[in-house]
Write a protein that binds this ligand. Structure first.
Ligand SMILES: NC(=O)c1ccc[n+]([C@@H]2O[C@H](COP(=O)([O-])OP(=O)(O)OC[C@H]3O[C@@H](n4cnc5c(N)ncnc54)[C@H](OP(=O)(O)O)[C@@H]3O)[C@@H](O)[C@H]2O)c1
Length: 372
């Protein structure tokens, strides 16, 4: 049997696009990979819509659900007339019909238990959601997920770090081939990349933050980006990929939001963010005078402290030349020492992130098929 059944968790920006890419490319995957990919269930906060029909959920129904979610309608209302079940039940119903892959494009830790349960029942899991992989090592669910993240396991997570860029797969290929990572450095936030590019071009910090918000690069509350937590989670995922046994709280994180602006409303923060302008203009000017520019950088060595924060980077370096919301990961290893291996390109956006997930899904689907 060559049928792969997908369970789509989260139908937001990334999840909705993943569904669209599956519908658009299913025939190609059948011809090129011999994989008959169908979507058997979609899971939202309110429950799961599942079918055991051979073709999975109908394309028209799926498109309608994605459209409704984009218009702000929850799955429960959008799927009115269809019975919803609990999320684990949806997976249990499908798992007896052949290989299942859970596509976790939700946001937050809540889906971690579902992912672990799916793995335990023999399903594969593909993540763009970073939070489950950032759980403390002592948390049994996090430990289970990472135990499945190696070459023999059934969990893939390319899209958690650099969206569709081949960051995790490249690191894995290097390690599997016997190379030894020395240090990964990178700019891993499109939002902070855009802000520091504008700052380097002479904008005030507040202008740069507001411009990033206007272009849709930031979270609704830009402090979620400026806190550095998202970058810290990516640094943690990179660290664990190179087999470092670390937790999030061991990473030094430079929070760009001063304490007095952390608890205010979003509106008040946006009104007062200009209070930070002088300090940032001074830092940018100091860097410029030294032939450098400011970037929010993650530093993940094979040994020693892991940190994410603002660094002065030579303007002439690849990292220093990075523009706008692009991401970069510079991988220095024993073999790639003088000239490190560098992956650069767009590190966010629905199309590339969903493509990262479907790429993982195809590799995992092929593996699951070969294992019968
Ligand atoms: N956007 C990007 O460019 C990008 C790039 C790389 C990685 N990511 C990661 O990919 C994930 C999805 O990003 P996004 O931009 O698509 O976010 P989003 O638009 O906010 O969508 C998140 C979706 O997950 C659903 N969800 C949240 N908690 C859930 C739960 N416990 N069970 C089931 N569904 C749940 C939400 O449901 P509701 O409809 O009820 O809100 C929503 O549909 C995030 O973890 C993000 O960090 C995003």
């Amino acid at each position: 049997m060559s049928r792969i059944t997908l369970v789509q968790v989260g139908m937001g920006t990334v999840g909705g696009e993943t569904i669209a890419q599956v519908i658009a490319n299913r025939n190609r995957w059948w011809v090129d990979f011999g994989l008959d990919v169908r979507i058997g269930a979609v899971i939202g906060r309110g429950g799961a819509l599942v079918t055991t029909e051979p073709d999975g959920l109908a394309d028209e129904l799926l498109r309608g659900l994605v459209h409704s979610r984009r218009a702000g309608t929850a799955l429960r209302e959008a799927a009115a007339g269809h019975e919803l079940v609990e999320a684990p039940e949806a997976i249990a119903l499908l798992i007896n019909q052949g290989p299942v892959i859970v596509m976790d494009a939700a946001a937050g830790e809540e889906t971690a238990a579902l992912d672990a349960r799916a793995l335990a029942s023999g399903a594969g899991v593909v993540l763009s959601n970073k939070a489950p992989l950032a759980l403390p090592r002592e948390n049994p669910i996090g430990a289970e997920l990472w135990a499945s993240a190696g070459p023999r396991g059934h969990l893939r997570y390319e899209a958690t770090c650099g969206a569709g860029l081949p960051v995790i797969s490249t690191l894995r290929t290097l390690i599997d081939g016997g190379d030894a990572p020395v240090e990964n450095t990178g700019a891993l936030s499109g939002t902070l990349g855009a802000i520091f590019t504008d700052l380097g071009n002479g904008a005030n910090f507040s202008e740069a933050v507001l411009a990033a918000k206007e272009k849709g690069f930031t979270e609704p509350d830009p402090r979620d980006d400026l806190s550095g937590l998202d970058v810290a989670r990516k640094a943690l995922i990179l660290a664990r990929t190179i087999e470092r046994r670390v937790n999030l709280d061991e990473i030094a994180v430079e929070n760009l939001v001063p304490e007095e602006l952390r608890e205010t409303s979003v509106a008040e923060f946006l009104a007062r963010v200009s209070e930070l302008d002088d300090e940032w203009s001074r830092r940018a000017e100091t860097a410029r005078a030294a032939g450098a520019t400011l970037k929010y950088v993650a530093t993940v060595p094979a040994d020693g402290p892991i940190a994410v924060g603002v660094r002065e980077v030579p303007t002439s370096s690849l990292l220093g030349a990075l523009q706008g919301p692009e991401n970069i990961v510079v991988m220095r290893t024993t073999r790639y020492h003088e000239n490190p291996l560098t992956v650069v390109g767009p590190g966010a956006g629905a199309a590339v992130t969903a493509a990262g997930m479907t790429g993982d899904m195809l590799a995992l689907g092929t593996l699951l098929m070969s294992r019968g």
